[in-house]
Design a protein around this ligand. Sequence first.
Ligand code: ADP
Ligand code: MG
Length: 340
Amino acid sequence: MTPQSAAAELRGVTMSYGAAQVVRGVNLSVRPGEFYSLLGPSGSGKTTCLRLIAGFETPDSGSVHLYGTDATRQAAYDRPVNTVFQDYALFPHMTVGQNVAYPLTVRGRPKVEQERRAGELLELVHLPGFAGRRVSQLSGGQRQRVALARALAHAPKLLLLDEPLGALDLKLREAMQSELRTLHGQLGLTCIYVTHDQGEALSLSDRVAVFRDGQVVQEGTPHDLYEHPRTAFVADFVGGANVLPRGLMGSAATGSAAQYALRPERLLLASTDAPGPHLTGRVQGSGYLGAFTRLEVVLDGRQTVTAHLPPLTSPPRPGDPVTLTYDPGDLRPLEPEAGG
Ligand code: ADP
Ligand code: MG
């Protein structure tokens, strides 16, 4: 294996706004060509980390590295990075073509090159022939694509995207996700993507860093995070999970963890005399979601668990007693949350 510099790296980075430390010792390393997401709840420090990589913020301590160069003190415009923000930030007084070509305009590229490149990029984002339109004549999804085309105009090595699809409705968001993923592959881009939407992070990313309170609490592939969440926070935030205390599982729990995660789709309805571990309780509520039926069950120990069952023609009703079972191999031991 040849040693290759990371595309972007944060090493022990901290940053405060006033008295509040909002980035608290973040280490992360994005490989060239990777689609890497920063995932976490609102306020967990994702945007601040992206701004540190872009050069819009400077760390209080630690360092930022881009392609093997210490970029901690480098100005934003000198970094090999382009950013797409959620609010698009298109120039309303310019045409679509002028917006897309803007990065070339400020670099003094010839007019013919600007127009040719704008045309190519608009084709790439499936907006051929839109160059002459006004920004005000575009839908939200179209504006987002124009913003993306503009970010690609100067052929960035590293594309930073901050919740770029947040304002779009579900259908369009899914279409744009798959376009982004395709562009990433076609152009060999490295993408760092900020989102609070775990489904989006799982479906788009090669790797994901999960943020909580200014720290990365776990990093891994979508499969790692879903199958092996380290803490209750990650288990719940990424995919949703039942967090069960050891006492509830008896001999089904192996190892010494105090808590275990069990995914809702790994719970099954069982008869009371079926073999295997049992959780017994009463139905509190159920919901039909097409692909599955969601059952909320209050266990005898008063804990509530959620089960996602294959669609049932006559699901148990609120108040009905039920027995749930699972494969002990699906229990995931959890570490205690790192405090403060
Ligand atoms: P995220 O993108 O994960 O939602 P941010 O990085 O935007 O989180 O914010 C992290 C924390 O920093 C939040 O508590 C937020 O209120 C605070 N913060 C962000 N920007 C500023 C700012 N310009 N001035 C003061 N506080 C800020
Ligand atoms: Mg943010």
